[in-house]
Design a protein around this ligand. Structure first.
Ligand code: SF4
Length: 491
């Protein structure tokens, strides 16, 4: 889900992390489904903090919607808002918006999107990114479609409107066959909850059972919050259509070898979620263990850059035998309130969010474990804070390979030249960050940690790892046409 008005722009509030752009959730067959959806979206808030929306259907009151900027807890807990979305069927979406799309008029970009068709209404919520959206949009506009938003996801609704199929699920199949890229979609009609994953299964989507009803969610952690039982993952290339009668499964796309986003294991998903049958927390701990084997160093303490570096730091400590310590404390109440789009305030933002636990650090040789290095600005700041607190040595260990390529599948990434690893070797990055040592886990090591004992299969990689390898499983058509990027394979 990307705003097409400003493609591939890095967010001015960027705090030096890649950002998942969306989370989706839907429930059918329970009273006041929107309340369940609000809870689910709250558990998925890490996937998008800028805005959220809910569409519901009630047999008497029909379709209704509520869309708001801000956190789920600040909007969808109010009785006044929740009573506007009644009924036993609802879907919702949280989004992280790119620059320029936030403001009085941009509420139109907040999903779910709704369309009225001859056979009734339908709403969709999309996690991922359509890489041929500009092309589709141009074609649709030429043929008379009137777009309401700047989001690529709206193409799906217009493609559905142009289909000659007699029911909504068939129209969705038609529409999604024209779409290239990553999509995990949760949709609804008056009587159906629908979930679809793209043929590569780049973004996650899971099915849960809640009472007599069903739930669809980006992650299992959001099933837990509503007391739903995790049933299974929606398969790559699968569409499920859920009614009061139960779940029907279809495979409307040409089968392809799945390429799930490996970064979901490293950073995007919550550690209490299950991905591919594995606990995300345990995978991250395994990444830390691999890192300790690949990049050992003599030191006194292993400290995470909280919170995302914590499980990997624990793994590193367990494997190396070097004591684990909370050398950096995170202020849990930071939010985004103080972050302004200037370099000076952005740098201050790190201190507002993280503080060094001086009593532990002073005089010590410290290993800092972080999940990734994107632009390197935060890493530099953290290193300074650790040295200011009297550390003797600072060694960075990174739980992902160097991020050298942008993502076009639903993750907000700075332009390629802003990625530290795109312009510098590992040694140059070490010198730039002014640390005693810097090591990243290898791509093979990461694959081993996510359960691929033989490592990465170079001829047919088991995951999407394009932001590390530059090998894109789906060519990013729009961006290549715009000339903004030259792929490795085209060089
Ligand atoms: S490019 Fe990176 S972040 Fe994007 S889907 Fe692939 S692995 Fe995930």
């Amino acid at each position: 889900m990307r705003d097409q008005s400003e493609p591939f722009l890095s967010h001015p509030f960027d705090d030096d992390k890649l950002k998942e752009e969306c989370g989706v959730f839907g429930v059918i067959g329970v009273a006041d489904a929107a309340n369940f959806v609000a809870l689910g979206l709250h558990a998925l808030q890490h996937r998008g903090q800028e805005a959220g929306g809910i569409v519901s259907h009630d047999p008497v009151q029909g379709f209704n919607s509520a869309r708001r900027f801000g956190y789920v807890r600040d909007n969808f807990t109010s009785e006044d808002v929740m009573k506007t979305v009644p009924g036993p069927l609802a879907i919702g979406h949280v989004r992280y918006s790119t620059a320029g799309s936030k403001g009085a008029t941009a509420i139109r970009d907040v999903q779910p999107f709704f369309g009225e068709f001859a056979m009734g209404g339908a709403a969709i919520a999309h996690n991922g990114n359509i890489v041929n959206a500009n092309e589709l949009r141009r074609e649709l506009i030429e043929r008379g479609s009137i777009f309401q938003s700047s989001s690529d996801s709206e193409c799906i609704i217009h493609l559905m409107a142009r289909s000659y199929q007699k029911n909504i699920p068939e129209r969705m199949k038609d529409a999604l066959r024209r779409v290239e890229g990553a999509f995990s979609v949760v949709a609804m009609t008056r009587t159906k909850l629908i979930g679809v994953r793209d043929p590569l299964g780049v973004r996650p989507l899971v099915l849960g059972k809640v009472g007599d009803g069903w739930a669809l969610s980006s992650e299992t952690c959001a099933l837990d919050i509503i007391g739903a039982e995790f049933v299974r993952e929606i398969e790559p290339g699968e569409m499920v259509v859920i009614t009061d009668e139960g779940v029907e499964s279809f495979h409307p796309f040409e089968a392809r070898k799945p390429r799930f986003c490996i970064f979901e294991h490293v950073y995007f998903s919550r550690p209490d979620s299950i991905l591919g049958g594995r606990s995300v927390y345990e995978t991250r701990e395994a990444i830390g263990r691999e890192l300790a084997k690949e990049a050992p160093v003599d030191a006194d303490l292993v400290c995470p850059v909280p919170d995302s570096g914590t499980p990997a730091a624990i793994g590193y400590s367990l494997e190396s035998g070097i004591p684990y310590a909370m050398g950096i404390i995170r202020n849990q109440y930071m939010g985004r309130t103080f972050i302004e789009p200037t370099e000076q305030i952005r740098n201050m933002g790190v201190r507002l969010k993280l503080n060094v636990n001086r009593a532990l650090i002073e005089g010590k040789r410290v290993i800092l474990v972080d999940d990734s290095v994107v632009r390197g600005t935060t890493s530099r700041k953290i290193k300074e804070m650790i040295l200011d607190a009297g550390a003797r040595e600072v060694h960075f260990r990174i739980a992902s390979p160097p991020t050298a390529w942008p993502c076009f599948y639903g993750v907000d990434t700075p332009q390629r030249e802003k990625l530290l690893a795109a312009t510098m070797s590992e040694d140059e990055m070490r010198a730039h960050l002014q640390v005693d040592s810097l090591r990243f886990i290898s791509l093979d090591g990461l694959y081993r940690a996510v359960g691929e004992a033989e490592g990465r299969k170079a001829d047919c990689p088991q995951y999407c790892d394009a932001c590390f390898s530059g090998e894109y499983p789906v060519r990013p058509t729009d961006v290549l046409k715009s000339g903004q990027l030259r792929l490795k394979e085209d060089a």
